[in-house]
Design a protein around this ligand. Structure first.
Ligand SMILES: C[S@@+](CC[C@H](N)C(=O)[O-])C[C@H]1O[C@@H](n2cnc3c(N)ncnc32)[C@H](O)[C@@H]1O
Length: 229
C-alpha cells in the first residue's frame, strides 16, 4: 500500500463486517492470474450469491460505487456485480450497501484480468466500463481494459446480445476502444463524443469521475458495444 493510499482505520474489521457481500478477494485485493488460480474454488454460483435467477450485470472499476449503487436502486430486478482491485477503495461502496440495505449488489475485490476464474461463461447481460484508467497507449496498450485481449475475455463472459457500456473523458482511449471493438466484431451503437451536450440525459447516472470532468467542462464520450455472438 503506497503512502498516498493509507489504509482506512480498522480496515480489517470493517472488511470482515461486509464479508457476506464479497464474492472474491485476494491478499491486498490484488490478484494476478497465478494467485487467482491458486485460490480457485469454483465459478460463482449466481443463484446462491443473490438468492434468485435475475440477470447479472458487472461494473469493472467501480471505485467509490456511486454509479452502481444508484443503478441497483433504480433497477431492482437486475443483480449487480461491482469489481474493484483496490481493497481500500472497495470498502466504501461495500459499507454504503450494508448501511442502505441494497440487496442486489455483490462485490469482487480482484483485478479484471482474473474474471475468468470467477464468472461462468455466457452469464452476463452487460458490462459497464466507467472512466477506466486510460493508461498511455504506448507500452501499456495491452493493460487497457478495452484492449482486444480483454474484449475477447468479455465475449466469453457475456450472453449473446449482451453489451458493454463505456464512458470516458479520454479521447485517445475512446478512439482506441472503438477500433478494438470493431476488430473484435462488436456492433457499435449510441456512440457520442459529447454525452452532456444538451445537459445530462435523464437516464444517465453520473459517476464520481464524470462529475469532476463535467464540472471542468470536459466532454464525456460514451458508446455501447453489442456482442452479436
Ligand atoms: C478512474 S477510476 C473510475 C472510478 C469510477 N468508475 C468512476 O467513474 O468514478 C478507475 C478505477 O478502476 C480501478 N481499476 C483500474 N484498473 C483495474 C483493473 N485492471 N481491475 C480492476 N479495477 C481496476 C481503479 O482502482 C479505479 O478505482
Amino acid at each position: 500500500m503506497s503512502m498516498r493510499m493509507r489504509k482506512k482505520r480498522n480496515f480489517d474489521a470493517r472488511m470482515q463486517a461486509c464479508g457476506d457481500l464479497l464474492l472474491a478477494h485476494g491478499a491486498n485485493g490484488i490478484l494476478n492470474m497465478k494467485e487467482a488460480a491458486e485460490n480457485y474454488r469454483a465459478l460463482i454460483d449466481f443463484r446462491a450469491a443473490f438468492g434468485n435467477d435475475l440477470p447479472v450485470v458487472l461494473e469493472i472499476g467501480c471505485g467509490k460505487g456511486g454509479f452502481v449503487i444508484a443503478l441497483a436502486k433504480k433497477e431492482p430486478s437486475v443483480n449487480y456485480l461491482a469489481l474493484e482491485k483496490m481493497s481500500n477503495v472497495i470498502l466504501t461502496p461495500m459499507e454504503a450497501v450494508k448501511k442502505e440495505g441494497v440487496e442486489n449488489i455483490r462485490f469482487l475485490n480482484i483485478r479484471a484480468e482474473c474474471l475468468p476464474c470467477y464468472i461462468p461463461e455466457g452469464s452476463l447481460d452487460a458490462i459497464y466500463l466507467n472512466f477506466s484508467t486510460p493508461l498511455p497507449k504506448l507500452g501499456y496498450a495491452t493493460q487497457r481494459l478495452t484492449h482486444r485481449n480483454f474484449l475477447e475475455m468479455y465475449k466469453k463472459l457475456l450472453k449473446k446480445g449482451g453489451r458493454i457500456l463505456q464512458k470516458t473523458d479520454d479521447r485517445d482511449f475512446f478512439d482506441f476502444s472503438l477500433e478494438e471493438y470493431r476488430a473484435c466484431g462488436f456492433a457499435l451503437e449510441n456512440v457520442t463524443y459529447d454525452l452532456h451536450e444538451n445537459g445530462n440525459p435523464d437516464w444517465n447516472i453520473v459517476t464520481e469521475y464524470e462529475q469532476k470532468w463535467v464540472e471542468r467542462g470536459l466532454p464525456i464520450h460514451r458508446l455501447e458495444a453489442v456482442y452479436l455472438g
